[in-house]
Design a protein around this ligand. Structure first.
Ligand code: ATP
Length: 201
């Protein structure tokens, strides 16, 4: 049966920490297809330093081009309503009725997973694969995984790569160079489009 990894997020911008998670899950579990799904952030929720959906999508396409079997889906960007994960999974389950879906996520998302809208229904449609974002998180992740759904959540015991989009945006705003934390094509895209700079002159 086809295994599809579903990787949602804001991706503002996509960085090496995101790709590290995808690579570690691929190595541990193996999947046939990886779908990056950037979230639509409604205008009233958008922060000042949120890049437009089209730019977040293009950066993901650049990053995905380097990963075998990876694709980017605009399913959430183009949906009008709230982009809750359960709605996206319901659509994907229709599009891929014969596939097994696994949601990829970092530790922050697993630890707050039981606050997600209809999280029990999410677990019916998808398994979860989780990676720590900081050192020493594994015991807490394992406890949470067992409490949520034994057997449905896999914690991958790989070294974390503690990078965040916030850190990258702050570096740029402070005049720093974030390229060591980004795929080269994404670093070039950010520079060429002057993304995340306060002063866009
Ligand atoms: P921000 O700093 O803007 O909040 P972020 O770096 O947390 O962004 P998101 O796009 O919000 O990135 O994250 C999407 C998904 O990727 C989430 O499941 C998150 O836990 C995971 N993730 C992000 N960075 C890492 C990392 N360094 N290691 C593992 N998972 C990560």
């Amino acid at each position: 049966m086809e295994q599809i990894a579903i990787y949602g997020g804001t991706f503002n911008p996509v960085h090496l920490g995101h790709l590290h998670l995808a690579a570690k899950v691929q190595a541990a579990l193996g999947f046939d297809r990886l779908l990056f799904i950037p979230a639509r952030i409604p205008p009233h929720k958008a922060a000042e330093d949120l890049a437009p959906g089209a730019a977040r999508l293009e950066m993901l396409q650049l990053a995905a081009a380097e990963i075998p079997n990876a694709q980017v889906s605009d399913i959430e960007l183009k949906s009008k309503g709230k982009s809750y994960t359960i709605y996206t999974l319901e659509k994907l389950a229709v599009l891929f009725p014969k596939s097994q879906l696994t949601l990829l996520m970092g530790s922050d998302m697993l630890l707050t997973f039981d606050q997600w809208f209809r999280w029990r229904d999410i677990l019916k449609l998808a398994a979860l694969a989780v990676l720590a974002r900081e050192a020493d998180e594994l015991p807490a992740l394992r406890r949470k995984a067992a409490a949520l759904a034994p057997g449905r959540v896999t914690v991958i015991p790989a070294e974390p790569l503690p990078v965040s989009s916030t850190q990258i945006r702050r570096m740029i705003q402070g005049g720093g160079d974030p390229s060591a934390l980004l795929p080269p094509s994404v670093a070039d895209y950010i520079a060429a489009n002057k993304l995340y700079k306060k002063d866009k002159q």
